[in-house]
Design a protein around this ligand. Structure first.
Ligand SMILES: O=C(O)C(=O)C[C@]1(C(=O)O)C=C[C@@H](O)C=C1
Length: 280
């Protein structure tokens, strides 16, 4: 069987780079053939997998500078049935791709909002008055750049090579250790793994509504590596909480913590346990 892997497209995105690395490790470990399926947005990537139109999806979830990729959390919550199979960490180094001869000729810069945000200090310093335009991915505008000498795109060196476009500046990310964590998701149950991710809503916006869930893990010595709140979209001030635990949901102590957590939450969704793979 050929395993189809959905990711944010078009060709050359960081998500594609992460999906390619995952595909390689899958082929090495299982001998299975893989096929990449580019999608028009991160949410479409997740919906494609949830509908069974691809076996696996690779989506960004958190950047070391900019924090959460909120559309991933929101869509995972909305879908509910996807399970995380693996986390991947990809170093992110951005290039300014443009046929312009110098910075003074650039009149507009395109990129994914994460790409623009990860380079905001550099942009303020070198292109202070240039309009920044958000696209669905770092590569979406690359096809237009070739004929428009006054435009620039923030994307990877790999993308510049793929589209055969010149690089005007590199690296331009504000912090050298910039990296993004991706999740590999599918409809299959997740395996054992060192990390567990979950999301929950609480029954009422009352004092201590979050304190109890936190205590449940603290009492058992289970470390939380991330906590994130997102608007529930039901009413102003009503939130969902997403947590990453440094523990396997198959462990006895985590099982009992989750059983107790269920009684203090309105809806609890366990997104699975997984291991972490550093891509270099
Ligand atoms: O637009 C891309 O190239 C993506 O893969 C998306 C994305 C993101 O959403 O965080 C992935 C990694 C980088 O942080 C910048 C953009």
């Amino acid at each position: 069987m050929t395993v189809s892997i959905a990711h944010l497209g078009p060709s050359g995105t960081y998500a594609e780079a992460a999906a390619l690395a995952y595909a390689q490790s899958l082929t090495q470990n299982t001998g299975e053939d893989t096929m990449l399926c580019p999608c028009s947005s991160i949410s479409q990537t997740l919906w494609t997998v949830s509908k069974g139109d691809a076996n696996i999806g690779v989506v960004p979830v958190e950047n070391s500078i900019e924090g959460s990729v909120t559309v991933t959390l929101d869509t995972l919550w909305q879908i509910g049935s996807l399970q995380i199979q693996q986390a991947l960490i990809l170093p992110i180094n951005h290039a300014l791709i443009s046929p312009a001869q110098n910075f003074a000729d650039i009149q507009v810069v395109y990129s994914h909002p994460q790409g623009l945000a990860q380079c905001q200090g550099w942009l303020e310093k070198y292109l202070p008055d240039v309009p920044l335009i958000a696209k669905n991915s770092t590569t979406e505008a690359l096809d237009h750049v070739r004929d428009e000498t006054h435009t620039a795109v923030i994307s990877s060196l790999r993308a510049a090579e793929l589209y055969q476009l010149p690089v005007l500046a590199y690296p331009i990310n504000d912090y050298p250790d910039n990296c993004t964590r991706f999740w590999v998701v599918s409809l299959q149950p997740s395996g054992p793994g060192k990390y567990t991710s979950l999301g929950f809503s609480v029954p009422a916006n009352v004092p201590g509504a979050l304190a109890k869930p936190l205590t449940i893990f603290a009492e058992r010595g289970i470390n939380l590596s991330r906590i994130e709140s997102r608007p529930s979209k039901r009413s102003l001030g009503d939130y969902l909480f997403f947590m990453d635990l440094e523990a396997d949901s198959h462990d006895q102590s985590v099982q009992s913590a989750l059983a107790e957590l269920r009684s203090f939450t309105e809806t609890l969704k366990i997104f699975g346990s997984y291991t972490l793979l550093n891509l270099n």
